[in-house]
Design a protein around this ligand. Structure first.
Ligand SMILES: Cc1cc2nc3c(=O)[nH]c(=O)nc-3n(C[C@H](O)[C@H](O)[C@H](O)COP(=O)(O)OP(=O)(O)OC[C@H]3O[C@@H](n4cnc5c(N)ncnc54)[C@H](O)[C@@H]3O)c2cc1C
Length: 560
């Protein structure tokens, strides 16, 4: 039996602002919010686990003497294939210098050349403008931010606290339903900031961590927020591909430093597809690899050859890649090319936000990869995403959330009610099976190359799985619990099981939204390629895809 009970969790039931996510976006947002506010920051893992922590290449900022914000804006707009919002790009680029200064003041140890910050080139940048800390830039940033956050008396961090849904009241967001320390609780906040990262886990092949299950986007969608451009997914061309090894990213900076992309005969085939060869935009290089492998079906990988770069340079710039290739694939990069193939990497679409990171729902904000600020358009320029986390986190610096018009403790009513927990052993096994099946299905139908029949079939399959998921005894049980009440999870229902259930619910929702958006857009652009509509069609489709509930509409992008 499960019983409603007063909260035993150490998590307070009220904050001024609740930040959901402890990656670069969540941490920097928390630090930039006014220090007079009481801020809760939750993460479903710990502060050291996030995509931000895994970022290798660096952060773009037009601060070198030979660079200008205008050049960075031009490169960003070009990569975005006609769908960036210029005003958002202006904010991103022009506020970059201040954020970088702030990070260096906090102690982030970016690599230096003499007394200047060192910069490298990445694909589609017209200048060397990517700051880095060896090949673990994300870790350098996140560990510094996390240390700062933990020093702040007004910021309260809760690890292993999983947000399930937004708490909505009369169209406004007034908190979050979450599970923490074996309890389901409702936490009120005058404002909620979603910073839950991307959704790469809808694909079987992804560079994203296991936690990137699109939770923020799914929660916002269920709450009625407008979403945008969900079909635009960036596939990274070069993830390590070796049986038994994780899809570890081999950073673009490796190609920026001169590594060759070759096939098994040692030929640099990328020039067959684009004059910039391996430094063409990511979607083009990913498709080049995809097509090259399709033409040579006996091969399943291509190779990145670092032997053409000075060994000292490799040692200095890529110590982590050297280590990880050795550890996971037994490859010495000084002697052997690295086997690679494309994997889902970055989600351009997300929850619509304005220049102040506000969503279409009052009191709800979104920052980082789960937001759609308008800076990436149909394709992200490399290293603009960490920058987006910082700049749009900083846009919250003047947030002054209004008191909630009503305050009602979300606990203890109806304490005597009991709910019988059904037998969930079979459900637990099924959760894992559904997850694997969804990821395979979405990779095959909404991956690098998409086509109507496959997507329609995939949607039919998803809708069947959705029905089965709804019918699971565990789903029935959870949906019967009373809103805004605290529950202690009875064994064998653990936090881990509830996490599997929640993530599956979100993966199902997000996979469907991505597939429907990809089916809706009958053209190819940026990170969305349709083999049945291979051309870009500006007459009809130079427009954002807006998703409101079950409605899909077009919205003209802002002037460029
Ligand atoms: C391997 C790799 C390399 C990359 N390299 C670069 C790079 O060099 N430069 C660059 O600009 N970008 C890079 N990117 C992209 C960039 O890292 C991400 O876009 C960015 O870090 C996203 O930050 P975020 O804070 O939005 O999300 P994340 O860093 O993913 O953080 C998400 C946080 O939300 C929490 N969370 C999620 N769901 C819930 C929930 N339901 N309840 C509670 N907490 C939740 C997670 O626990 C986590 O703390 C890379 C990405 C990957 C995967």
């Amino acid at each position: 039996m499960v019983q409603q009970s007063p909260s035993l969790s150490l998590l307070p039931l009220q904050f001024d602002v609740l930040v959901v996510g402890g990656g670069a976006a969540g941490l920097y947002s928390a630090l930039c919010l006014p220090p007079t506010l009481q801020i809760g920051l939750i993460t479903k893992d710990t502060l050291s686990v996030s995509a931000s922590d895994w970022a290798q290449g660096g952060i773009a900022a037009a601060i070198a003497p030979d660079d200008t914000p205008e050049l960075h804006i031009t490169d960003t707009l070009k990569a975005g294939a006609g769908l960036c919002d210029r005003a958002a790009v202006e904010v991103l680029v022009r506020k970059a210098g201040k954020c970088i200064q702030n990070l260096t003041n906090m102690g982030v140890a970016f690599d230096r050349k003499g007394d200047q910050l060192a910069m490298t080139l990445e694909a589609a940048h017209s200048r060397k403008r990517v700051l880095h800390a060896a090949d673990t830039t994300g870790r350098a940033v996140v560990s510094t931010l996390a240390a700062k956050v933990l020093e702040q008396p007004n910021i309260h961090v809760f690890n292993q606290a999983l947000a399930l849904d937004l708490w909505m009241h009369e169209g406004e967001c007034c908190g979050v339903q979450l599970v923490h320390q074996q309890q389901l609780i409702w936490v009120q906040a005058k404002a909620v900031v979603l910073a839950t990262g991307g959704g790469g886990q809808i694909y079987s092949q992804t560079t994203n961590p296991a936690a990137s299950t699109g939770d923020g986007v799914a929660m916002a969608w269920r709450a009625g927020a407008t979403l945008r451009d969900l079909e635009f997914m960036q596939f990274h061309p070069t993830a390590l591909t070796k049986k038994g090894a994780p899809r570890f990213l081999i950073s673009e900076a490796v190609r920026g430093e001169g590594a060759h992309l070759v096939d098994s005969s040692g030929r640099r085939f990328a020039f067959d597809y684009h004059p910039d060869g391996e430094l063409a935009p990511r979607d083009i290089v990913s498709r080049a690899i995809f097509n090259h492998l399709q033409k040579n079906p006996h091969e399943s990988v291509v190779y990145l050859d670092l032997r053409v770069i000075e060994p000292e340079r490799v040692q200095h710039r890529f110590p982590n890649i050297i280590r990880k290739c050795q550890k996971w694939a037994g490859i010495n990069v000084f002697e052997t090319p690295i086997p690679v193939s494309p994997a889902a990497h970055y989600w351009m679409g997300g929850i619509v936000t304005d220049l102040n990171s506000q969503t279409t729902i009052p009191r709800l904000y979104a920052v980082g990869e789960n937001a759609s600020t308008g800076v990436h358009g149909a394709n992200r320029l490399a290293s603009n995403s960490l920058l987006e986390c910082l700049v749009f986190g900083a846009q919250l610096e003047n947030l002054a959330p209004q008191p909630l018009p009503w305050l009602q403790q979300a606990t203890t009513e109806n304490m005597s009610a009991d709910y019988k927990l059904p037998d969930i052993d079979a459900d637990i096994e099924q959760l894992t099976q559904y997850r694997a099946a969804i990821r395979q299905l979405v990779w095959q139908s909404a991956g690098i190359s998409r086509e109507a029949t496959q997507m329609t079939d995939a949607l039919a399959r998803l809708s069947q799985w959705q029905k089965e998921f709804k019918a699971l005894p565990l789903t029935q049980f959870l949906s019967n619990l009373q809103q805004q009440s605290t529950y202690h999870l009875p064994p064998p229902l653990t936090v881990e099981t509830l996490r599997q259930w929640t993530e599956l619910r979100n993966l199902l929702a997000v996979s469907r939204l991505v597939l429907k958006s990809a089916l809706f857009r009958t053209e190819s652009r940026g990170g969305h390629y349709r083999s049945d509509y291979p051309q870009q069609n500006n007459a009809t489709w130079k427009a954002h895809t807006l998703v409101d509930g079950e409605r899909w509409n077009l919205q003209a992008p802002q002037e460029q």
